[in-house]
Write a protein that binds this ligand. Structure first.
Ligand code: HEC
Length: 117
């Protein structure tokens, strides 16, 4: 009987742990998912993860968003995507529509994308 109770409590602890682990994985915004949800992939490729810009119009197309970390700071990208900063006097075409938390997760994810030269 004692053994059974121990076994049961161990399983319950394990199940609770599994549930909370899963829940926190859901809470964490996923940069790649946000990139696709916000339709950044209409104009931008991210070649490190095989994302191809969908647009056929060359005039729309933006740069492949890899190796951003070599040229830009996270804070600047956040401002640029909120249209609070511009690049060479031009602001970004599309303002970011999601929350600040999503934007931060998106920018963190973008800064991790490093392509081999
Ligand atoms: C309608 C097309 C379009 C959409 C949609 C779009 N972009 Fe852009 N983006 C551009 C173009 C064009 C440029 C280049 C602008 C320039 O150099 O002045 C650019 C530039 C950028 C840059 C600067 C990169 C560099 O190397 O200069 C970043 C970062 C960026 N976009 C991220 C995003 C993100 C993240 C999203 C989704 C929230 C997004 N863009 C949605 C067209 C788009």
């Amino acid at each position: 009987m004692k053994k059974l109770i121990t076994l049961l409590s161990v399983s319950i602890v394990f199940i609770l742990f599994a549930i909370s682990f899963n829940a926190s994985a859901f809470d964490e915004p996923d940069g790649k998912q946000i990139f696709e949800d916000e339709k950044c992939n209409l104009c931008h490729s991210v070649s490190t993860v095989g994302i191809e810009a969908k647009t056929k119009k060359e005039a729309f197309k933006g740069p492949d968003l890899v190796n951003l970390a070599d040229s830009f700071e996270a804070d600047w990208i956040v401002k640029y995507l909120k249209k609070e900063a511009d690049k060479d006097g031009k602001s970004h075409k599309k303002p970011f529509k999601g929350t600040d938390e999503e934007l931060q997760a998106l920018v963190d994810w973008l800064l991790e994308q490093k392509a081999e030269e």
